[in-house]
Design a protein around this ligand. Structure first.
Ligand code: ADP
Ligand code: ADP
Length: 235
């Protein structure tokens, strides 16, 4: 079963008198465990698509199924629970809470999981900070960390809730080339080892080429689907 199913979704924004068609009739079936790039120029609809898949925005038409469940049929509580347990987010601007330490940032979404004891939360925080190579930086605040380290904290935060799908909106856009590459490598390593599905957007060809599945968008439409075979894209 697809982990994310997007069926004929469109998204329109009213901008004064004008209507912006951010997405037009997009259909996608995303298999569990893939490392998928949504690639396209700025304004092509990548963020809108990720926000709809992540249930933080709703389509004007069409439907989204996460693990087979139609999102539109969920109550607000069920949706909140879905976001808290199934989906993790990574942003281009990291979105860490500045007054909290790295460990506290990773712990923050775990406070939504009442079944975890304080000791279990601490254990998860330590585990995921170590996974992203930041065991020694647990007590650092975001402003004491480099951009790449901040994004590693955000990755640990997205994984700590045991998310099965991680959505990353231009995760390398605010990082230099080498740091961006190391962040993608870390995501890919976690994808391989833990089987977590990663869906990330990018307008950067080098970043796009690190994926093993590709969705190309332009003007709100999917214009191509690609799959890597022997290091080459097959469309
Ligand atoms: P991308 O992430 O590829 O840069 P977006 O999904 O952010 O693209 O935007 C797609 C289109 O929708 C763009 O034309 C953008 O200006 C427009 N858009 C996005 N969000 C809004 C909004 N809240 N109101 C109006 N237009 C929007
Ligand atoms: P990105 O770098 O991801 O493409 P954008 O700069 O396009 O981000 O958009 C940043 C935020 O502003 C998004 O939440 C998007 O929905 C919103 N936005 C984008 N275009 C417009 C617009 N024309 N009018 C209102 N909001 C917009």
């Amino acid at each position: 079963m697809a982990i994310v199913q997007v069926e004929n979704i469109s998204k329109r924004y009213a901008l004064g008198e004008q209507i912006v068609n951010a997405l037009q009739d997009v259909t996608l079936s995303i298999e569990p465990g893939v490392f998928l790039a949504i690639a396209g120029p700025s304004g092509s609809g990548k963020s809108t698509l990720l926000n709809i898949i992540g249930c933080i925005d709703t389509p004007s038409e069409g439907r989204v199924l996460i693990e087979g469940r139609d999102v539109s049929g969920q109550t607000p509580d069920q949706l909140a629970d879905l976001r808290a347990r199934t989906i993790g987010f990574i942003f281009q601007t990291f979105n860490l809470l500045p007054v909290l330490s790295a460990a506290e940032n990773v712990e923050y979404p775990l406070l939504n999981l009442p079944e975890l004891s304080r000791a279990e939360r601490r254990e998860r925080v330590a585990h995921y900070l170590a996974m992203v190579g930041l065991a020694k930086y647990a007590s650092h605040r975001p402003n004491q960390l480099s951009g790449g380290q901040r994004q590693r904290v955000a990755i640990a935060r997205a994984l700590a809730t045991h998310s099965r799908v991680v959505l990353a909106d231009e995760p390398t856009a605010n990082l230099d080339k080498e740091t961006g590459k190391s962040i993608l490598r870390l995501m890919k390593e976690i994808n391989h080892k833990a089987g977590t599905t990663f869906i990330f957007s990018t307008h950067d060809k080098r970043v796009m080429n690190m994926a093993d599945r590709l969705v190309r968008v332009e003007d709100g439409r999917v214009i191509a689907l690609g799959m890597k075979a022997d290091g080459r894209w097959v469309f």
